[in-house]
Ligand binder design. Structure first.
Ligand code: ADP
Length: 434
């Protein structure tokens, strides 16, 4: 946020400075051009009227009606509008002889008027009050082309300076406000930009903690079993029992490690289903169900399949696809009491294969339904732990489905059962392929 604020502040400062310079330059050019054009017009008009060098003819008053002759202060009532002929105010004019003697003046003469500066045709002066003037000095000729003297025309820069002073105030006053706003915005935006990183960091930390916790449990069991053999002489049967317990915990560790490896593999290569072969879902589901029937023969849960005659193909990694349904069916069987029913239904919409895994089991509370797909999440840890699951089954299933451009949804009524619906994009395969 500090860096962002600093950089934005520097850019704003530069933009403010540049804008100021541009406005000042544009304004100055306008002021200059105006004075130049008035000086040129007046110069040409005067040269057409002047005859005697250093003398003012009466006809000059036609151009400058309020001209004050000599060097005296002029108190004419309409003095301020001296250059009305040119529609301007804030101007002054002096007509001088060659020697620098003032012949006539008009307008607001600067207070401490500086002496002869004829050798500098363009100049900026400052009077006692600090008001700046811009001045032009032009040589005058009479009608017959002989040198007459000098014309000085100047303009007060007070309006110009006031304008720029206001602009400076606005910039200096606005700058801290802008910096404050930029600071607040950068703080907010930095927070917004960091949020996904913070979230994924927290998720990673949680994942590591959960994984470590899950690994520790079987390791501690194995350790306890081994330690129990240290002091007591054991019979062969007891040894067999102990090794069976160790093997069970070891099995748990192997399963967990395999799950973790699969998750990390899926994360590293998330979307490669295009390169995969076409898999016939009818065959795949039959294989998975048969495999589970062998394992689950002892239990009295009816596991049935309802597959269409027409084969339905999807693109995917066969082992990963099988893993989705193995995980879903294992859950369905685990969370369904004796005499329950688990069914596998395969259907097809226009471009999707829909696989429903239905059970008549304990169901899932609606508040839990979104969370069960989170890694290591178990609805009731204790109950689930008895089943040997660590809460990765559904997370893996969702990960695989997503990497195959599909979706997975659950609908469930506690006490009645659940339906997990998996949707995968179908591919058309000619007979003989796949
Ligand atoms: P586990 O390995 O613990 O089964 P899963 O990720 O597969 O982890 O499932 C997460 C949680 O979802 C489980 O603890 C369980 O409570 C709930 N669950 C999953 N499938 C079902 C189901 N068919 N019926 C009821 N509860 C289920």
């Amino acid at each position: 946020a500090l860096w962002y604020g600093g950089v934005m502040g520097a850019i704003l400062g530069l933009a403010g400075f540049t804008s100021y310079q541009m406005v000042a330059h544009a304004h100055w050019t306008a002021v200059n051009q105006e004075l130049q054009s008035i000086a040129g017009t007046l110069h040409d008009s005067l040269e057409a009227k002047l005859t005697q060098p250093g003398q003012i003819e009466a006809s000059v008053q036609d151009i400058l009606p309020n001209l004050c002759l000599g060097d005296h202060p002029c108190t004419h009532s309409s003095e301020r509008h001296i250059l009305n002929a040119f529609g301007q105010s804030g101007y002054y004019i002096r007509l001088l002889t060659h020697q620098g003697k003032i012949v006539a003046t008009a307008g607001d003469i600067p207070m401490n008027y500086l002496p002869d500066l004829r050798h500098q045709p363009k100049q900026i002066l400052q009077d006692k009050q600090g008001i700046r003037y811009q001045r032009y000095t032009l040589a005058l000729k009479n009608v017959s082309g002989q040198p007459w003297g000098w014309m000085e025309i100047g303009r007060s820069l007070q309006e110009f300076d006031d304008h720029l002073a206001i602009l400076r105030w606005i910039i200096w006053g606005g700058f801290p406000v802008a910096i404050l706003l930029v600071g607040a915005a950068s703080w907010f935006l930095a927070g917004l930009a960091m949020q996904p990183i913070v979230n994924s960091y927290e998720k990673m930390q949680q994942f590591t903690a959960d994984a470590a916790h899950e690994i520790r449990t079987p390791l501690a069991s194995i350790q306890a079993v081994i330690e129990s053999t240290f002091d007591t002489p054991l019979s062969e049967r007891e040894f067999r029992e102990l090794f069976t317990a160790i093997a069970r915990q070891n099995q748990r560790l192997v399963r967990l490690t395999e799950d973790l490896l699969l998750i990390s593999r899926l994360e590293r290569h998330p979307r490669k289903s295009v390169e995969h072969p076409s898999v016939c879902l009818n065959d795949l589901l039959t294989d998975v169900v048969e495999g589970l029937l062998v394992l689950d023969m002892a239990r009295s849960i009816r596991l049935s399949t309802n597959l269409p005659n027409q084969p339905i193909y999807v693109k995917g990694e066969p082992n990963q696809l099988a893993q989705i349904f193995t995980n879903l069916l294992t859950n369905a069987l685990q969370y369904t009491p004796e005499n329950g029913q688990v069914s596998v239904l395969l259907n097809r919409t226009f471009d999707q294969a829909v696989i429903d895994i239905q059970d008549t089991g304990i169901g899932i509370d609606s508040r839990e339904q979104e969370r069960i797909f989170d890694r290591f999440y178990r609805v009731a840890s204790d109950r689930s732990r008895c089943t040997g699951g660590v809460g990765l089954g559904l997370a893996i299933a969702r990960e695989i489905v997503t990497s195959h451009r599909g979706s997975i949804q659950v609908s469930s009524t506690p006490g009645q059962g659940s339906i997990f619906a998996v949707r995968l994009p179908v591919v058309e395969v000619n007979n003989g392929d796949g």
